[in-house]
Design a protein around this ligand. Structure first.
Ligand SMILES: [Zn+2]
Ligand SMILES: [Zn+2]
Length: 314
């Protein structure tokens, strides 16, 4: 009986030289790595909340029992929701009003300089990419480092990120002010500078620098819209048809795409404006490399506080 011998992967065969075969193997390994899903369907099902299943038909009885892993009945999520204070609400209201006023003023002052040309399209694309990257950096920093018990920033700015991981659909129950207040706040200094430039510079200087002004203005618009887009990515019922269309064509963050971030332990896919940068940043190991460097320098464990809240199930 002849036993079939395995062909060595880099044997000379079919006229391929050893070198080209090695290249072929390298290329196919690269392709396999690049095409491999970031999270498998099984990981998504087992380690993230089934937001598209409000009756929990796809969850095991143990998952929906006395100590749910996710959702509004999670003890940690309830505790975090109770920390939303009237002071925080006031700050959000002020930021929404100031941001909208500055946005309207800047838009009005810019109107006479706008020409629909390639530089405006370039400013829009660069603006959206910057906003997507900025959303990833802020989201990664708040998810990975710090703690709810830190003074001022803990309760006001880190708390919503912790709550969002253990009760991802809580965002769909937040109103416009709670959803968008913090993102609107980030844009205020930049919008204030744009308004100041448009009021103080002469016409020639504004025309000369208009592509930069347009870039920063559009970037602010996309940053301000980011958490609304994020909220839509958690809304599985009753979304307007035009939003679903934008999600399906990946103009804004799609629902299935964002589900990858919500697979515990929430260590990837942090960009939430369009999510265009998620795949390349993951393949470049961008976030994990940053975490390794910070952990080596400070000794802090990434997501230690996030884990602590996830475990507060009773
Ligand atoms: Zn997150
Ligand atoms: Zn989310």
């Amino acid at each position: 009986m002849t036993i079939p011998l395995p062909i060595p992967p880099c044997a000379n065969r079919d006229g391929l030289s050893g070198l080209s075969c090695e290249r072929f193997e390298y290329a196919s390994t690269m392709a396999t790595t690049l095409l491999a899903p970031v999270k498998t369907e099984r990981q998504i099902l087992e380690h993230s909340m089934s937001e598209d299943d409000p009756n929990a038909n796809t969850q095991l009885p143990s998952e929906v029992g006395e100590q749910p892993r996710w959702g509004p009945r999670h003890r940690g999520a309830q505790e975090l929701a109770e920390l939303y204070s009237p002071g925080k609400r006031l700050q959000e209201w002020v930021c929404v009003v100031v941001c909208c006023t500055l946005c309207a003023c800047a838009g009005f002052l810019m109107a006479r300089y706008i020409h629909a040309d390639a530089s405006l399209l370039l400013a829009a694309i660069a603006g959206v990419l910057t906003a997507d990257f900025a959303s990833g950096v802020v989201h990664w920093a708040a998810d990975t480092w710090g703690a709810v018990d830190l003074p001022i920033i803990g309760k006001n700015f880190i708390r919503p990120f912790r709550e969002h991981h253990i009760d991802p659909t809580s965002i769909t129950r937040h109103d416009f002010v709670e959803t968008n207040g913090d993102n609107f706040a980030i844009t205020i200094p930049v919008l204030a500078r744009i308004v100041w430039q448009l009021l103080m510079y002469d016409v020639f200087t504004i025309q000369e620098q208009f592509h930069w002004i347009a870039y920063w203005y559009l970037c602010c618009i996309f940053v301000a819209m980011t958490n609304q887009i994020h909220k839509w990515s958690h809304t599985y019922f009753g979304l307007p048809a035009w939003v679903v269309w934008l999600q399906e064509w990946h103009v804004v963050l799609p629902r299935r795409h964002h589900r990858i971030h919500h697979v515990a332990p929430h260590e990837t896919y942090f960009c939430i404006t369009t999510g265009w940068l998620n795949w390349p940043l993951e393949k470049l190991h961008f976030w994990s490399t940053l975490e390794m460097i910070i952990e080596a320098l400070t000794g802090c464990k990434p997501r230690a506080d996030d884990m602590k809240w996830a475990q507060k199930r009773s």
